[in-house]
Design a protein around this ligand. Structure first.
Ligand SMILES: NC(=O)c1ccc[n+]([C@@H]2O[C@H](COP(=O)([O-])OP(=O)(O)OC[C@H]3O[C@@H](n4cnc5c(N)ncnc54)[C@H](OP(=O)(O)O)[C@@H]3O)[C@@H](O)[C@H]2O)c1
Length: 241
């Protein structure tokens, strides 16, 4: 039977490209997002084995009902990719409200769906949770404070769930995906980027990591070096930047 995969945040960038890549590999794909017209476009493009569902991850209870509905339409869910994310890098809207929005989407929205999915996978006896984090989660950064902190949460949160999965009777995998820079709406006009990966190439590598049930995957692989370096740099250096 073809595996059924839900991608949360599949209307643009990495999520959309991943939906197309996994569909190409034969998966039944469930795509979510707030931009319904983008979801309809995806349905037209892929034609079969594609189910879509409006979802605003900030609305915690609605999100769970919508995921449940999507799962029913797909005949079940084997894998969930938690990709929805926002950043307020260089945006005009900085300050308390902007910070809290990043927390609402990248932390509360993420935890809501991860926790629900883990319980569901324990009940059904199997499942795979894939979280799209970022290399940015390995250090604090004054130009994108809540974003880096939110991805740090994702890294630690998923590590905890990976440990929990080890003690579960169910066959559950937990993967943390750490992209560097990838072309998308999020990085449009962003200055100072390097090693920028094309969206479809990044999606291919993420799909490979999912199929290999990797615990952790840097996208692209060379970002592992930056990750290693970030962990080596002492706090007193980060604090002076
Ligand atoms: N691009 C990079 O360089 C890079 C690097 C590291 C990590 N990442 C991570 O990769 C993920 C995808 O980002 P991207 O670069 O592909 O950016 P993107 O094109 O802006 O995609 C963001 C996705 O998140 C969804 N989303 C945002 N707010 C949402 C909400 N409240 N409810 C539901 N869905 C929401 C968007 O859908 P709607 O707007 O339709 O709701 C969209 O599908 C993010 O988690 C990001 O942090 C990106």
């Amino acid at each position: 039977m073809k595996k059924r995969i839900v991608i949360v945040g599949a209307t643009s960038g990495i999520g959309r490209a991943l939906a197309i890549e996994l569909h190409k590999r034969g998966y039944v794909v469930g795509a979510t997002g707030r931009r319904v017209e983008r979801l309809q476009e995806l349905e037209h493009q892929l034609e079969s084995r594609i189910h879509t569902q409006f979802m605003d991850v900030v609305e915690l209870d609605d999100t769970i009902n919508q995921l449940h509905q999507l799962k029913e339409n797909m005949g079940g869910m084997d894998i969930i990719v938690l990709n929805a994310g926002v950043s307020n890098y260089q945006k005009e809207s900085v300050g308390r409200e902007a910070d809290l929005h990043v927390v609402d989407v990248n932390i509360r929205g993420f935890a809501n769906l991860t926790s629900y999915s883990f319980n569901l996978f324990e009940e059904q006896g199997h499942g795979h949770i894939v979280g799209i984090s970022s290399v940015a989660g390995l250090f604090g950064w004054g130009l994108n404070i809540p974003y880096n902190a939110s991805k740090s949460f994702v890294n630690t949160y998923l590590q905890g769930y990976r440990q929990k999965a080890n003690h579960s009777d169910a066959d559950i995998s937990v993967s943390t995906i750490l992209p560097g820079f990838v072309e998308s709406e999020m990085t449009e006009n962003k200055k100072g980027m390097f090693w920028v990966q094309k969206t479809d190439k990044a999606a291919t590598q993420i799909a490979d990591a999912i199929e290999q049930t990797k615990n952790e995957a840097y996208i692209t692989k060379r970002w592992r070096f930056v990750g290693w370096l970030a962990k080596l740099i002492p706090n007193w250096v980060w604090n002076r930047m």
